[in-house]
Design a binder for this molecule. Structure first.
Ligand SMILES: Cc1ncc(COP(=O)(O)O)c(C=O)c1O
Length: 413
């Protein structure tokens, strides 16, 4: 593909140069239509049985993005009281929020219980603490289905090498703790990892979780987790997550369980990345070009403070060059490193990348940054975080978060 931006008409007639000038660079730009389409798609993963997708808000907690999820009729999962608060503020009723907790304090559990949000506990110790906080209460437990998958070792959250969830071998202990505190285990959940394009490990984990579910009586819900990947190498025509094929393979696994269990509980999933990654890019300005030891560096203002994924996971993001408001054709390319303004050698957004020849003053568009982009951004090197702008369905532009200022940074002291 020559240009994703052009192929999907990402800017809907807006000039990216004008956006960069109006909001400054770097700037996160979202396309409402693309995000809505992805949210609607995850809402239809299961159609035969009661089902809801929980958008996993850690991927992107901008309140305007949360409102899109609300409007598309999907629910959400939260990882902290902060995320629960943002969801309540966006208009989600407590019963549409699921707190998938990990190593939290009694106060955080109490916060969720008082807000009316169902909590999932992910260790026996935390289940015991929950029993002390909320005897006679309802909760879910996170189970390790024994299978993990993901784009990096660091995001595989099930299987042998992870801090998450309760092992199948400890299930009797779950029942003992539940009995001790008169807790009702109303749901079980899992999450095997993040960013896989092959659905097979997820299908295997679903089958495992459903086998484990047989041991729990009267479950109200079973949550299979998220993790559906997106094609980060789209300029090289990488295939997307095979959603239709995945759905076809998932259904018979559910059929078998429902028959055995005697009823269909509410099935859930927890996709984050799939909902928001592709509907977003970062616009950044080329500030300097240089050669170091035979390597050409395109120095920009998007660094690991704005987008940490490449430095943290060695993640790949496609990059397009924009000059005078237009995408530069991918011809006459050269190999470059795209670097940022941060005082770290690892501050590289793209390594050994073929790009059209860049000039100082060009814009660089870093694609697929809507998930784990702004939500992982930091003010490292005391650089204020960027603005976020939405291209609305009607083509209008809406600033959905203002650029942080140096005064904002000073306000903590
Ligand atoms: C418990 C849980 N659920 C859902 C997700 C969402 O994963 P993804 O964004 O890959 O769909 C995560 C991501 O880390 C997670 O930890």
């Amino acid at each position: 593909m020559n240009s994703y931006i052009n192929q999907v008409d990402f800017f809907k007639g807006n000039n990216p140069e004008d956006i960069a000038k109006q909001y400054g660079t770097p700037v996160y730009v979202y396309n409402e239509e693309i995000i809505r389409e992805h949210m609607a798609a995850v809402g239809k993963v299961i159609t035969k049985y009661p089902y809801t997708a929980n958008y996993s808000v850690k991927a992107n907690t901008n309140i305007e993005i949360l409102k899109l999820a609300l409007d598309e009729g999907i629910n959400c999962d939260a990882m902290s009281p902060g995320e629960i608060t943002l969801l309540l503020k966006a208009g989600f009723p407590a019963e549409r929020i699921f707190f998938v907790s990990n190593n939290v304090s009694a106060e955080e559990m109490d916060f969720a219980v008082k807000a009316g949000v169902t909590v999932s506990l992910d260790s026996l110790d935390q289940l015991d603490r929950f029993g002390q906080v909320n005897p006679g209460g309802r909760c879910a437990v996170r189970i390790n289905p024994g299978v993990g998958a993901g784009h990096s070792e660091k995001v595989i959250t099930a299987g042998k090498n992870t801090k998450f969830a309760i092992a199948e071998a400890d299930i009797d202990e779950i029942f003992a703790i539940a009995k001790k505190y008169d807790l009702k285990i109303v749901g079980i959940n899992q999450h095997i990892g993040s960013g896989f394009l092959d659905p097979q490990p997820y299908l295997d984990a679903v089958a495992n979780l459903l086998r484990i579910a047989d041991r729990f009586e009267n479950l109200e819900f079973i949550d299979f987790g998220g993790g559906y990947g997106i094609p980060y190498h789209k300029l090289d025509d990488e295939a997307p997550f095979p959603m239709e094929d995945f759905k076809k393979k998932l259904e018979p696994i559910l059929d078998e369980f429902v028959e055995r269990y005697g009823k269909a509980p509410l099935f859930k999933s927890e996709p984050g990345r799939y909902c928001v990654a592709e509907g977003s890019l970062i616009l950044s300005r080329v500030q300097a070009i240089k050669q170091n030891a035979g390597v050409k560096y395109v120095g920009t203002d998007v660094g690991m403070n704005t987008l940490i994924r490449p430095a943290m996971y060695d993640s790949y993001h496609d990059v397009e060059l924009v000059r005078d408001g237009k995408v530069v054709d991918r011809v006459d390319m050269e190999e470059v490193n795209v670097s940022g303004p941060i005082c770290e050698t690892g501050d590289l957004i793209a390594k050994h990348r073929m790009l059209p020849v860049a000039k100082t003053g060009d814009l660089v568009a870093v694609l697929d940054t809507g998930a784990y982009g702004y939500s992982m951004a930091s003010p490292y090197n005391s650089r204020p975080r960027p603005a976020e702008v939405m291209i609305c369905r009607d083509g209008s532009l809406k600033q959905i978060r203002r650029r942080e200022t140096i005064e904002d940074l000073l306000a903590y002291f």
